[in-house]
Design a binder for this molecule. Structure first.
Ligand SMILES: Nc1ncnc2c1ncn2[C@@H]1O[C@H](COP(=O)(O)OP(=O)(O)OP(=O)(O)O)[C@@H](O)[C@H]1O
Ligand SMILES: [Mg+2]
Length: 217
């Protein structure tokens, strides 16, 4: 596993479809650690059923979820309030997380699956950039996974302390991963990432330069 002793940190998980990203995030969330609350933007309904936790659809349900330390949110019932625009619901939820993170101490793990849907190299919701760059002071730790590291915005790349790589075969994805790792002085072997079996990963600590292999299945 990557080095989680440096806290707070932001983690980016990259890998092709089916490689093990969501399984990794679920394991990370289930680790026996003291966490004030985990916030999961689960609009794809891929995490809460596997974690066996309730899902929130309304502001009231979200408020009630915080004391349970698990807050998974699916956007469908809020879409009508935002002209059916999923990006506006996403930004509303990030603002809500920001407010809650201000309301008390402790670690807040914010999970954004398939983050390529919300940003690209040139644009990122202001609320997401704020969480990435200023959230640390509030104990916010971002966990983003993506099949498309080439679309990650600089605010996410720049703030990522851990990069966890599952199997990748796409040339653009490998190139983007290489760029991210070389900028932090990590040694990277594209052939190794191309040949990883599903479920296996290499985690890179971008602060220490250390790397470690592991597997989730
Ligand atoms: N213990 C296991 N043994 C074998 N396969 C498993 C195991 N756990 C999960 N899987 C399967 O591995 C696949 C990939 O898992 P996961 O959902 O973590 O990948 P992913 O990288 O998040 O994929 P996607 O990008 O499509 O979301 C899933 O189809 C899942 O059913
Ligand atoms: Mg997934």
């Amino acid at each position: 596993m990557p080095d989680f002793t440096l806290q707070p940190h932001h983690t980016v998980i990259v890998g092709m479809t089916g490689s093990g990203k969501t399984t990794f995030v679920n394991r990370l969330l289930l680790k026996d650690e003291v966490v004030a609350c985990r916030f999961i933007y689960d609009d794809l309904n891929r995490m809460w059923p596997r974690l066996k936790i309730p899902v929130c659809h309304t502001p009231e349900q979200l408020a009630a979820s915080v004391p349970t330390r698990w807050s998974a949110f699916c956007h469908t019932k809020m879409l009508f309030k935002f002209n059916g625009d999923p990006k506006r619901v996403f930004r509303w939820w990030l603002r809500w997380v920001w407010r809650v993170a201000h309301s008390g101490p402790g670690r807040k793990i914010v999970v954004l699956p398939e983050v390529w849907r919300w940003c690209n190299r040139d644009t990122v919701p202001m609320e997401l950039a704020l969480l990435a760059q200023a959230g640390r002071e509030l104990g916010v730790e971002l966990v983003c996974d993506t099949q498309k590291p080439e679309l990650l915005n600089g605010s996410l790349v720049g703030s990522a302390t851990e990069l966890v790589c599952f199997r990748q075969i796409d040339r653009d994805a490998l190139k983007a991963t290489e760029t991210m790792l070389s900028s932090s002085g990590n040694t990277f072997d594209p052939a190794q990432l191309r040949s990883l079996p599903a479920g296996s990963f290499v985690g890179f600590n971008r602060l220490s330069g250390a790397s470690q292999a592991g597997r989730v299945f």
